[in-house]
Write a protein that binds this ligand. Structure first.
Ligand code: SF4
Length: 216
């Protein structure tokens, strides 16, 4: 039987929640062990009524230090892809399925470690609250962890990237790769190709938001 967390994140969601109130409450979350080794909770950020929400895996090293999501190298790559796809970064909301940085030491460096299923489940109330409050028309899952958390454990980004998935979460839901995977491409040519594919996926969402009515 799954171990019950020290406290349940759902119990920390304030009555009559607003994004600011929920963000403040998340600062004190200890619903899984990840808070112990991280600097701070990195809650989502962006336009309060954003039409488009990006959901990644977890904050990275720079996000952990600064307290802001998607400000490290992968975030900068996302910024570039958004600009190339004609999406104004100030109109979107960015967040992660897990709000504390999970890492392991390698020499002096802190190396990203994938969150496990129980950590993702423990953190889910925060993401659910963000989705309920922002009410985005489109959600883009960045990478397999986010996609499987939101679309089911069998979901394969490699098979379904760039295609809209029917989901109760939002009228338009789509998954693509995490921008950090583009940074890990083996050479410049591959990186350029991956960046192009990623930007194309974002264009699909931009085009849906500008031209299609929301699904019922
Ligand atoms: S990762 Fe999420 S559930 Fe775990 S302590 Fe941090 S905010 Fe709470």
């Amino acid at each position: 039987m799954a171990k019950k967390p020290i406290n349940d994140a759902a119990d920390l969601i304030p009555d009559r929640p607003t994004l600011d109130k929920v963000r403040a409450a998340a600062k004190n979350c200890e619903a899984c062990d990840l808070w112990r080794r991280a600097t701070q909770t990195v809650f989502g950020q962006g336009a309060k009524n954003a039409q488009l929400m990006f959901v990644g895996e977890q904050p990275g090293n720079e996000e952990d230090r600064t307290g802001h999501p998607f400000v490290g190298p992968a975030g900068k790559l996302l910024d570039r892809a958004l600009a190339d796809a004609g999406i104004d970064r100030s109109t979107v909301y960015v967040t992660n399925v897990v709000k504390h940085f999970k890492w392991e030491p390698r020499g002096k460096r802190r190396i990203h470690k994938k969150p496990n299923a129980s950590e993702i489940a423990a953190c889910r109330p925060w993401l659910d609250a963000e989705i309920a409050l922002v009410k985005p028309r489109a959600i883009v899952c960045l990478g397999a962890t986010a996609a499987q958390a939101l679309l089911g454990r069998q979901f394969k980004v490699t098979a379904h990237r760039g295609a809209f998935i029917t989901s109760p979460l939002a009228p338009f839901v789509l998954a693509t790769v995490h921008p950090s995977s583009i940074l890990r491409a083996p050479d410049d040519e591959q990186r350029r190709l991956e960046m192009k594919r990623f930007t194309n996926d974002l264009r699909i969402v931009a085009s849906a938001l500008s031209s299609r009515e929301p699904r019922a």
